[in-house]
Design a protein around this ligand. Structure first.
Ligand code: ADP
Ligand code: ZN
Ligand code: MG
Length: 488
């Protein structure tokens, strides 16, 4: 972005809650059922029906609130937000009013050093998180004849999380969104499926001169359904605003959409066209009251939070931030890693395998960890052999790991059967070292003249002569001794 500007970003995230039933009726909350099969008079908005609040949705909202250290409002209310659209059969959406169940939370994130000059943690505030209901889904291109409406999603519980304008770059926005995503998935309140719309993001962005006291005019980019789109759309908008301001122009307050194919945002509607939703209190629902005992029960059931887990791993295993975040990508991945770490006795080695061979295999085969064919127990058997130096890392990766994937048995049996046990027997290694030194008089002479860096080459030659079965540490020792003796 052009030097003298600063971006200001605030995200609004809609989290579809994984409750058993819908927000105000007993219809199942489920994707993939035949269109309009999960509906009833309440979610169809038929006259004479009454909504009844889903207690599970309230508990899920409380879990999020507690996880971000928010204030839980003992009493909050529901409002009607009115607009006409075919996928909204009632003619209004029930949402929360000026007081939300969850207010004033925060998440700590690493700052973006490119805009802040440091990666010191920044505190990103969550203004509020409120409960509301989803609308149905319109399909405009099913048959080229007519639009179709599927009301299975009408009345599904949503938690809208409104972030404060505390983010300062597209990178920070994407980091914030990922942290929030990790959190709702770890809490078990959302399936986290961005493509299917279970976790949706609208991004508000403005640009101002660095040091200016006021925010610039903001634009809202709607419906960003991947982390990459959020980053790309924001980078595009920030550059667009900066260029406009540089030319002495002004940013227009408007809603825009991201066109992924074109790699640009497009105007959709301006402020003048903004709707008046005629909000008013929902007369059919009493105020939502939560007691301290209810809040404490939810607190007691919270799992370990991802950011805490990440910090713990980084401290215990010396992992980098990116490595730890990758390991925390999903509860299943985290679960596999922790089981592997515990069973192989080395968190560091377990992390290296998860980030290396395991991730590579998952990527190559397009699999999720849930479908990984080797159990943590069996993989731990392999990692233990390497850690005990019974097996070289090279042989473990190139020969035993593929055999485990192919279901050929456990690591010890494969090593025995293929004769891969690592040789750390000094006499055998001394023999190979002598052969390699004799075959490489040139490098040996150069090392003697001080060209130490060639030692690595000779170690490599010895390991090769040992067909990947030699203990590299013993080889290095023996080679060093042989060179020092000046034998050969
Ligand atoms: P509205 O009343 O239109 O919903 P809010 O003040 O509630 O507007 O803000 C909605 C979102 O826009 C929040 O996520 C907030 O952080 C963000 N936001 C508000 N002002 C700005 C701004 N000037 N630049 C960027 N984001 C902003
Ligand atoms: Zn229903
Ligand atoms: Mg608002």
């Amino acid at each position: 972005m052009t030097g003298g500007y600063e971006a200001v970003i605030g995200l609004e995230v809609h989290v579809q809650l994984r409750t058993r039933t819908k927000m105000f009726c007993a219809c199942r909350n489920q994707v993939g059922a035949p269109p309009n099969s999960l509906t009833c008079p309440v979610c169809l908005g038929l006259p004479g029906t009454l909504p009844a609040l889903n207690a599970e949705a309230v508990r899920m909202a409380l879990a999020l609130g507690l996880a971000v250290d928010a204030r839980i409002q003992p009493e909050s209310t529901f409002y009607r937000k009115q607009y006409f659209y075919p996928d909204l059969p009632k003619g209004y959406q029930i949402t929360q009013g000026p007081v939300a169940l969850v207010e004033d939370g925060h998440l700590a994130l690493p700052g973006d050093p490119k805009v802040r000059g440091t990666d010191a943690p920044v505190r990103v505030r969550l203004e509020r998180a409120h409960l509301e209901e989803d609308a149905g889904k319109s399909h405009h291109d099913l048959d080229g004849q007519a639009s179709h409406v599927d009301l299975n999603r009408a009345g599904v519980p949503l938690l809208e999380i409104v972030g404060a304008p505390d983010l300062r770059s597209a990178q920070e926005a994407s980091d914030y969104l990922k942290a929030l995503h990790r959190l709702v998935v770890a809490l078990g309140i959302c399936d986290g499926n961005l493509e299917e719309g279970s976790f949706r993001c609208d991004a508000n962005v403005s640009v101002r001169r660095r040091g200016a006291p006021e925010f610039g005019t903001r634009v809202e980019v709607k419906n960003l359904n991947s982390f990459r789109f959020v980053r790309q759309a924001l980078e595009f908008e920030i550059a667009r605003h900066a260029a406009l301001l540089d030319q002495g122009g002004a940013v227009q307050m408007e809603t825009r959409g991201w066109d992924a194919a074109a790699g640009e945002t497009r105007g959709q509607r301006t402020k003048e066209a903004a709707m008046d939703y005629r909000y008013f209190p929902e007369p059919d629902l009493p105020p939502l009251r939560v007691t301290p005992a209810e809040v404490e029960a939810v607190r007691a059931a919270l799992p370990e939070l991802p950011e805490h887990r990440i910090r713990r791993w980084r401290e215990a295993y010396g992992l980098g931030a990116d490595e730890a975040h990758t390991l925390a990508q999903s509860p299943a991945f985290t679960g596999y890693f922790e089981a592997l770490a515990e069973r192989c006795g080395s968190g560091r080695a377990a992390a290296a395998w998860m980030l290396g061979e395991v991730s590579r295999t998952l990527n190559d085969r397009g699999l999720a960890i849930e479908a990984f064919p080797v159990s943590p127990d069996v993989l731990a058997g392999l990692v233990r052999l390497v850690e005990a130096r019974t097996l070289s890392l090279g042989a473990a990766k190139e020969q035993v790991f593929p055999a485990l994937l192919a279901g050929e048995g456990d690591a010890e049996a494969i090593v025995a059967q293929k004769g891969l046990a690592q040789v750390s027997d000094r006499a055998a290694i001394e023999g190979l070292v002598a052969q390699v030194l004799a075959a490489n008089p040139g490098p040996v002479a150069q090392i003697r003249q001080g060209k130490e860096s060639l030692k690595g080459f000779l170690v490599g030659q010895v390991l090769k002569a040992g067909q990947g079965r030699l203990d590299a540490k013993v080889v290095t020792e023996v080679l060093g001794e042989a060179l020092a003796k000046g034998g050969v």
